[in-house]
Design a binder for this molecule. Structure first.
Ligand SMILES: [Fe+2]
Length: 306
């Protein structure tokens, strides 16, 4: 979700891409060059190899099901057709980050906005703005899962009903679930693989689209991994400039559906009390938390929470 017009967005307005009032454009397929296609191919193959055994099965299956395993930047129409057949969602091309309300409108109508342009070869490992790889590879595979798809739809609908003051709370919830969420791994009980990944699997888009965080989030001893609790997450600041200090771990997408829809709506019907309290910092562990792993804090930077 996001924010205001960025330099990249402005650049594209200047480049003559016709943007509709809902911020969508026609995916300008003719503007991709050989370098863009090579970057997609390289990132796709690298991340899929890395995510085997680390990301939840629904993600791996979803990426293949919507046809992301092509050696070029995917055609959004072709992806949409497959996604529509799975869960009734489609993707729409956008020039970049879109305003919050527009973003929620799209989600509430089962449309996921996907930035059309690809990062450069020197940005494979880190990019501040979401690009096509982050949006499409990171977010769209799980929209083939019926329960996850309904959870994002519910989030869009609930977010539209929430007043402006609560936007930072919505951003925290989205951040700690859709972008950086982990899920308990119930597949492998005491197997070596499960131990190596702290008993969790990745589902968040910000993790699956990042080589470094795909490893760190499940294998490092540094971060906290806490059981997801809706009110706790709504009250917790986060980091946008480093790997996360804390991950919140859900049990299932059904739990996510409850939290992102009815749960959020109920908590934010009157957001004043939640806005009034001082939020927790990104690295806090509280007395009431269910702690799966308590982080060593190694490498954490002080300050800088959003
Ligand atoms: Fe994202």
């Amino acid at each position: 979700m996001a924010i205001a017009a960025t330099a990249k967005l402005q650049e594209q307005f200047d480049a003559g891409l016709e943007t509709r009032p809902d911020f969508t454009i026609d995916q300008p397929l003719e503007r991709y060059g050989a370098v863009d296609h090579a970057v997609w191919d390289q990132l796709y193959r690298r991340q899929m190899a890395l995510l085997e055994g680390r990301a939840c099965e629904a993600f791996i299956e979803g990426a293949q099901r919507i046809g992301l395993n092509v050696a070029h930047v995917p055609d959004f129409e072709a992806v949409s057709e497959r996604l529509m057949a799975a869960t009734g969602w489609r993707i729409v091309a956008v020039p970049g980050l879109v305003p919050d309300r527009i973003f929620f409108e799209h989600l509430a109508h089962r449309r996921f906005p996907v930035t059309w342009w690809m990062r450069r070869p020197d940005q494979l490992d880190y990019l501040q703005e979401p690009d096509c790889f982050h949006d499409l590879f990171g977010h769209v595979p799980l929209l083939t899962d019926p329960v996850f798809a309904d959870a994002i739809h519910a989030y869009g609908r609930a977010a539209l009903a929430v007043d402006e003051r609560a936007l930072p709370l919505l951003a925290r919830l989205y951040w700690y679930t859709v972008e950086f969420g982990l899920m308990r791994d119930t597949s492998g009980d005491a197997s070596g693989e499960t131990r190596a990944t702290h008993g969790v699997k990745i589902y968040g888009a910000g993790i699956v689209s990042s080589k470094g965080e795909s490893l760190y989030s499940v294998e490092s001893d540094s971060p906290n991994r806490l059981a997801f609790d809706l009110e706790r997450v709504l009250r917790t600041r986060y980091r946008i400039d480093t790997f996360q200090k804390t991950y919140f771990v859900i049990d299932s997408f059904a739990q996510l559906f409850d939290a992102l829809g009815a749960g959020m709506a109920a908590h934010l019907a009157d957001p004043a009390p939640l806005i009034a309290v001082e939020p927790y910092t990104a690295g806090d562990v509280l007395h009431g938390d269910t702690v799966y792993t308590r982080g060593t804090g190694e490498g954490w930077l002080e300050g800088g929470d959003v």
